[in-house]
Design a protein around this ligand. Structure first.
Ligand SMILES: *Cc1c(COP(=O)(O)O)cnc(C)c1O
Length: 369
């Protein structure tokens, strides 16, 4: 299983077939009239932006979305030719490069255009409306109308899309979601011409709320096989396939006598004679210190990480001797056991989104197929 282009046996496996299944199943669910925008910000939620983008486009995603101008440039530099939308704020100084590289920008301030020179190529804009997320976007209809007029006065800028973002689409309570959707619909009346691409839905809305679909959905977390929330997980219209698993191997094994302590701070003491394995993964890889006590899979059994997690290594209490090189699954399946990203998230008192994002560059990503 271990690919040959690195020496330390720690790696994240990315199952691109699973990713493509998650897209194909979503497409079946939303129907042929609605496009899929694959959200590949933050290095595709830690999965690898180039590989994920390529696989997503093959599976039928018509557009890619990133958070920052630099992420879009990185994709273009790696040879990705699909339409790319930058969903976050871009500085006016990026407009020329964006137009030259066919990168679409999100705009929500009329003043943004004060600083834009005549552009060498057409710049496509998606206008962002803040309907209640309180992050980015125009907040009043008069602001929106002024922005639309400003753009329509320019020959080198075109409104390609309009969108908003839901704060609570993954909640059981739909009050905020419904109010945002209604507000968005009233803002749409400000457009003299209907923009080509109207989009509101993130994964949660795409899976749960048919009336949010419009022309396209922005598919992030669930493309990677994770539910946006426990509530959405209970009502999934199709099963999600997990994309990332995390692997290493045992690099050292020893039997310690009762009373021995393990790792920094000597916070763990062996109650009896115990077998201890050392794993070559630590907090500098994204296996954060809060994961002390988390179980890993060795020979199909759950075994606990004991003592403090170090920067590069951690220790596991075994039931008996295992060999050096024994495969270890930190996230994923081994035999009949499984450790999910949600389990790590719960241990760290965070959401599943955060886990693959904080796996650092030191962990090589390997891809199937
Ligand atoms: C990250 C992001 C998404 C994707 O959300 P998921 O919950 O991961 O599907 C969609 N839209 C915007 C504006 C985002 O920032």
């Amino acid at each position: 299983m271990q690919p040959a282009n690195f020496y330390r046996p720690t790696f994240a496996q990315i199952d691109l077939n699973a990713l493509q299944m998650n897209i194909l199943n979503l497409k079946k669910h939303i129907g042929p009239a609605v496009d899929v925008i694959a959200v590949v910000k933050a290095n595709a939620y830690g999965h690898g932006d180039f590989e994920v983008s390529t696989a997503a486009v093959k599976a039928g995603a018509s557009m890619l979305a990133v958070a920052t101008p630099d992420e879009a440039i990185r994709l273009r530099a790696s040879g990705i030719e699909s339409p790319i939308l930058v969903m976050g704020a871009s500085p006016p100084s990026f407009a020329v490069t964006a137009s030259q590289n066919d990168i679409m920008l999100t705009v929500f301030q009329t003043d943004w255009f004060l600083h834009i020179p005549a552009l060498p190529n057409m710049l496509k804009i998606h206008i962002k409306i803040d309907t209640g997320m309180g992050r980015l976007g125009v907040t009043t209809e008069s602001e929106l109308s002024t922005l639309i007029q400003t753009i329509n006065h320019r020959q080198d800028v075109v409104i390609d899309g309009v969108f908003t973002h839901f704060a609570t689409a993954d909640d059981e309570d739909v009050v905020q979601y419904t109010s945002q959707l209604e507000k968005f619909k009233t803002f749409l009346h400000c457009f003299p011409e209907r923009p080509r691409c109207i989009h509101t839905a993130n994964s949660a809305a795409a899976l749960m709320h048919k009336e949010s679909l419009f022309d396209a959905v922005r598919y992030g977390i669930s493309m990677y096989g994770l539910s946006p929330s426990a509530y959405v997980d209970q009502g999934l219209p199709f099963p999600l396939e997990r994309v990332m698993s995390l692997h290493t191997e045992v690099v050292h094994v020893k039997k310690v006598p009762a009373g021995s302590s393990i790792s920094y701070g000597a916070t763990y003491t062996a109650d009896e004679d115990e077998w201890i394995a050392t794993l070559p993964i630590g907090y500098a890889d994204g296996m954060l210190r809060g994961l002390s006590g988390q179980e890993v899979l060795i020979q199909g059994k759950r075994l606990p990480v004991i003592g403090r997690i170090c920067m590069d290594q951690c220790m596991v209490r075994l039931n008996g001797h295992v060999s050096i090189g024994e495969p270890v699954v930190l996230i994923g399946r081994q035999g009949n056991e499984q450790v999910n990203i949600e389990e790590w998230a719960q241990k760290l008192q965070t959401i599943s989104y955060e886990i693959p994002c904080v796996l650092t560059n030191r962990v090589p990503r390997t891809y199937t197929p």
